[in-house]
Write a protein that binds this ligand. Structure first.
Ligand code: GUN
Length: 282
């Protein structure tokens, strides 16, 4: 059994991005800029945004956070995005989700310039991933893929089971693993025999938001488990996998915290640096 160290892997990615940015800075005197829009004061979002800001600054990305009140109108938010779209100094725009209910999330995501969509949530980038034609890959699934590949480089023919079908995680994860020639199954709340389907997986990605859903009789000894869940139970953060009882029964598993979370941020920085390089090259 191995515990996959997401913090270390994320640090390696950040170190290499930092070096790359130092070289570019010497040559061009330019550095990337990431602008994050945070609406309202949903506590988890505030923490995520703070972590994104801190990591960006650490590696030499200029970080700007625009804070808007909970009651901001859709129109005002769209106007803000328009301004950032045409601001040449901004390389990446991220609107932290969830958004308050008076705002149509799809409308907002659609408004972000596809070249600055560092989340990879714009339908254009979603389509690129689905048709395997490049584009920006969403940060969390990309981080999960790197975590899996830190254990097993060649994923060809492996059975991958993803729990959860969200646009943010489950669906892009499925497309990424298909690209790696996995046989992919998505299970969700209406699936029959979830436990039996999971038992046959070589790779299990849990991204459903149900604390400790995956139990020791759902797994096998050759399995790589990636736990995307972040759930608060009695003031403690736990994943979607019952870590303590499962960890001895599988090949490798990510902890929560310290697994997927740091990799999401590292991949956001990677997407921002790539966007910056595209802008530098016109
Ligand atoms: N809220 C939770 N995860 C994410 C993410 O990856 N991007 C954005 N924009 N909002 C989120």
């Amino acid at each position: 059994m191995a515990i996959i160290d997401g913090k270390l892997l994320a640090q390696n990615i950040k170190d290499s991005l930092k070096q790359e940015l130092e070289v570019i800075k010497k040559k061009t005197n330019k550095s990337p800029k990431l602008t994050v829009i945070l609406v309202g004061d949903f506590a988890p979002s505030k923490i995520y945004v703070k972590n994104k800001e801190k990591s960006a600054t650490e590696i030499g990305i200029q970080s700007e956070v625009i804070r808007l009140p909970q009651e901001v109108s859709e129109q005002e938010l769209l106007k803000k995005i328009e301004t950032l779209n045409s601001d040449q100094s901004v390389n990446g725009i991220l609107v932290q989700l969830p958004l308050p209910k008076q705002i149509n999330k799809e409308k907002i995501i659609n408004a972000i310039n596809i070249g600055k969509d560092v989340d990879g949530f714009h339908p254009y980038n979603v389509g690129c991933l689905s048709s395997n034609t490049g584009g920006v890959v969403p940060c969390t699934p990309l981080g999960c893929l790197y975590l899996i590949q830190s254990v097993e480089k060649n994923l060809r023919g492996l059975n991958a089971v993803i729990i959860g079908r969200s646009n943010l995680n489950g669906k892009p994860m499925a497309n990424l693993l298909l690209k790696e020639d996995c046989t992919v199954t998505i299970v969700h709340s209406k699936t029959k025999n979830i436990k039996e389907i999971c038992q046959g997986a070589d790779i299990l990605v849990a991204a459903v938001g149900v604390p400790n859903l995956v139990k020791k009789d759902w797994v096998n000894k050759n399995m790589i488990i990636i736990d995307v869940g972040i759930n608060k139970v009695n003031d403690k953060i736990v994943g979607d996998v019952a870590f303590d009882e499962v960890k001895e029964k599988v090949k490798a598993i990510t902890p929560v915290p310290g697994g997927v979370g740091p990799m999401t941020i590292a991949c956001l920085l990677k997407n921002t640096v790539e966007s910056f390089k595209r802008h530098l090259n016109g």
